[in-house]
Design a protein around this ligand. Structure first.
Ligand code: AMP
Length: 420
């Protein structure tokens, strides 16, 4: 189906902005959603970052506001986009500004971890579109700096992530403060019970758009595992970073401390790297991201907070210094490469104690990941540790990990909330 943005009903102010940005054709989710959203329908979108979902919701939202042509009132945003993390909120805001550059629409972004006064000042001037993380928004609502009673379009982006991070009560409180007559959109990469429940409460007769890939991993990503003991991982990482085909890499660690340590060691080895995680101040996080995007550093060492949503061009390699606790995290991490049709490589450094995690990943992605030894020689599948001893070890691992999973989930949620 070849379609144009004009045929979907996108108006000239936005068409010329799209031309400047270089969007020539709508992506599938844009083709399916834009016209319906312009008509005012609610929408349930099952879509990951990378599908073009931001433009799918932002273009109709902006165009409807532009056509209504009503001045923005102080403290009363006309539309609200909720996002789980500051980075995602900032990224959405940047896209909105690009799309709306030929209009007089005003947008603002608010999130925690930075002073609230500049945000309050912007709200007082009046904004058409507000992008926010839930915690800071409720804070400002509580202080009387925001009034949500005029919100006519509400977007929940990455709803599954919002729920995973324990924001469900905040989200419900926010939804309750918006008018019932609003248009509502909910996007989620996965459809859990919690997300379906929220959708039922929030949406009225929504159109459903599902563009989730059948295989959760991007096909163009070449996935590889190196079996390596933890003390040797750093050396292995340095060797991988010397690969000539590598232009820009994100290295994922499980802990903030680990991210700092790896970044420091890489810098000491003359590799320009920086770390990004939830313990850094917001300005340090933005600086690390900007340096990486602009090529001032070419290795970004990140915890999972950076795994979702971030759209950085030209990441040729993702390297998992450790596998994440949850197999879904692996899919989100490696999705930082192989974007917009490009190919990418995802290495995972796997200590024997992480084998049960690797199995969980392979089960999720429904494929075996090629194993390499530390000399980067591809191992024969017959030799890749499917021996009886290993199976027994991994079963023991599974049992151990299963036993502590509830504690771990609670801890993870708390950590994620803190990080956001
Ligand atoms: P998103 O899923 O909204 O995060 O978008 C993923 C990436 O695709 C971003 O880099 C967008 O700028 C890009 N993108 C979105 N829509 C289009 C389009 N129609 N043509 C080209 N690139 C697009």
């Amino acid at each position: 189906m070849t379609q144009t943005f004009a045929a979907l009903g996108v108006s000239s102010a936005f068409l010329s902005a799209l031309q400047d940005i270089g969007y020539q054709q709508p992506t599938p989710i844009q083709s399916k959603a834009v016209a319906k959203l312009l008509d005012g329908h609610d929408l349930m979108g099952v879509a990951q970052t990378g599908t073009g979902k931001t433009a799918a919701f932002a273009l109709p939202l902006l165009q409807r506001l532009d056509e209504a042509n009503e001045p923005a009132r102080p403290r009363q945003p006309k539309s609200l986009i909720l996002a789980p993390t500051r980075e995602l909120a900032l990224q959405i805001h940047t896209e909105l500004e690009n799309f709306a550059k030929n209009t007089s629409l005003r947008s603002a972004v608010i999130f925690g971890g930075v002073g609230q006064n500049p945000q309050v000042r912007q709200l007082q001037k009046g904004v058409d579109v507000l992008v926010a993380t839930p915690g800071r928004l409720l804070d400002l609502v509580g202080q009387g700096h925001v009034d949500l009673s005029m919100v006519c379009v509400l977007v929940l982006d990455e709803a599954d992530r919002l729920l995973d991070m324990g924001f469900i009560r905040d989200v419900k409180r926010i939804v309750q403060q918006t008018p019932k007559s609003r248009q509502s959109l909910l996007f989620s990469a996965t459809m859990s019970k919690g997300v379906s429940q929220l959708a039922r409460q929030m949406l009225r007769d929504p159109i459903r758009v599902d563009v989730s890939p059948k295989q959760p991993t991007v096909e163009k990503i070449d996935q590889r595992v190196i079996m390596v003991e933890t003390p040797d991982k750093l050396e292995m990482l340095r060797a991988l970073l010397h690969d000539e085909s590598l232009s820009r890499a994100i290295v994922f660690t499980r802990t903030k401390h680990g991210a700092n340590k790896v970044a420091k060691k890489l810098c000491a080895a003359g590799i320009s790297a920086d770390a990004i995680h939830g313990n850094k101040s917001q300005s340090a996080r933005q600086r690390a991201l900007a340096d990486f995007k602009k090529g001032r550093t070419w290795v970004l060492v990140a915890t999972d907070i950076a795994a979702r949503g971030l759209d950085i061009e030209g990441v040729s390699h993702v390297i998992n210094f450790e596998l994440p606790h949850e197999p879904e995290g692996y899919v989100h991490r490696i999705g930082r490469t192989g974007r917009a049709g490009a190919s990418g490589v995802a290495w995972s450094l796997v200590d024997p104690s992480e084998l049960s995690r690797l199995r969980a990943v392979e089960k999720l992605i429904r494929q075996a990941v090629a194993r390499f030894d530390t000399a980067l020689k591809k191992l024969d599948p017959e030799d890749t540790g499917r021996s009886k001893t290993e199976t027994a070890t991994s079963q023991a691992d599974d049992r151990r990990e299963g036993g502590s999973s509830r504690r771990r989930h609670g801890r993870q949620r708390r950590n994620q909330r803190r990080a956001a």
